[in-house]
Design a protein around this ligand. Structure first.
Ligand SMILES: NC(=O)c1ccc[n+]([C@@H]2O[C@H](COP(=O)([O-])OP(=O)(O)OC[C@H]3O[C@@H](n4cnc5c(N)ncnc54)[C@H](OP(=O)(O)O)[C@@H]3O)[C@@H](O)[C@H]2O)c1
Length: 291
């Protein structure tokens, strides 16, 4: 496993973390999958209050040492008191005294960012969280969130980033690289679409390249992402097989010629921007999911 520093924190996180959205269909197998990932060097788990998977993470990390836990507060909870209440709830669900990384799940233009960031800073001060992160923030929103804080620094932005969605490369990645803010790539396997025929040409190339390294298409796709210094990837795996496979995605370095071939094959997805990935049903949900 390759470990990287999260922003400038000194924390060494596995470059492949564990995503936990849509867990809950088969909790015993999902818990085993997380445990196996941890046994294989993964030390970073991502969840969110909205996923309902915090209690599964709680069970899966029991007995494991030094696991870095990232969770998120839902935008409907961005008023000061709601942020504090959501955090308390997540601490309870996760069975921990402190959350390592607390992230704003999506921007919410209806609540002043200053109010939300004040709450995030007070959570750091009270020791309930260690680091502040954001998710689905474009460069402008990220800068506004940073400017709204007095003392703390934003350590990460979690955004959709994969060979199928390369929009963040235009503005966000260069900015984060310069500022040493980590980028956490969600849906790094295209939410599974990489394997469903829609991206057959790309999948075939990844499989072909993989043969030389004795790696699968998924491992090549993940390796390509985490070969960028500031990028972590958090694939979700609900089976032991996938969890093991994903944990094995860092133990090799792609040759330049392969990296370039993959880059060219996926270049047409470069334009897809953060805004393209925002879907309306989600915005609808922003206001429905209150305590
Ligand atoms: N911040 C946000 O707004 C946001 C949004 C979406 C996701 N996320 C985070 O990012 C995580 C990952 O994203 P995601 O769940 O959307 O999609 P993903 O990780 O890109 O893809 C997950 C899909 O790929 C399959 N898979 C996993 N490993 C595989 C492998 N080695 N070979 C073949 N198939 C494999 C999974 O199947 P199985 O489940 O059967 O293993 C699942 O169907 C989420 O769980 C969540 O933590 C964050």
């Amino acid at each position: 496993m390759i470990y990287k520093e999260l922003s400038k924190t000194g924390e060494k996180l596995s470059s492949i973390g564990i995503g936990t959205w849509q867990l809950g269909k088969n909790p015993p197998e999902e818990i085993r999958a997380i445990k196996v990932a941890i046994e294989n060097g993964v030390n970073f788990v991502d969840t969110a209050e909205i996923y309902g998977s915090e209690p599964i993470v709680n069970k899966a990390i029991k007995g494991a040492k030094n696991i870095f836990i990232a969770t998120k507060v839902w935008p409907a909870h961005f008023h000061y008191d709601d942020v504090i209440r959501a955090c308390d709830k997540s601490l309870k669900n996760l069975g921990v005294k402190q959350i390592d990384l607390y992230q704003l799940h999506w921007p919410n233009k209806f609540i002043p960012i200053e109010e939300t960031m004040r709450a995030m800073e007070s959570l750091v001060k009270s020791g309930k969280i260690r680091y502040v992160g954001v998710s689905n923030f474009d460069k402008t929103q990220l800068i506004a969130a940073q400017n709204a804080m007095k003392k703390e620094e934003i350590v990460s932005d979690q955004v959709e980033y994969s060979l199928m969605v390369r929009g963040p490369e235009e503005e966000l990645l260069p900015y984060c690289k310069k500022q040493k803010i980590s980028v956490i790539a969600y849906s790094p396997l295209g939410h599974g679409k990489l394997f469903m025929g829609r991206y057959k040409k790309l999948f075939d190339l990844l499989s072909k390249v993989g043969k030389d390294y004795r790696k699968t298409a998924a491992q090549i796709a993940l390796n390509w992402l985490i070969s960028k210094k500031e990028v972590f990837a958090i694939p979700k795996a609900s089976s032991v097989k996938h969890a093991m496979e994903n944990a094995g995605a860092t133990s090799f370095k792609l040759k330049l010629k392969d990296s370039i071939a993959i880059d060219i094959a996926s270049r047409k997805h470069k334009k897809k921007s953060l805004k393209d990935t925002v879907n309306l049903p989600l915005y609808f949900l922003l206001f429905l999911k209150r305590f």
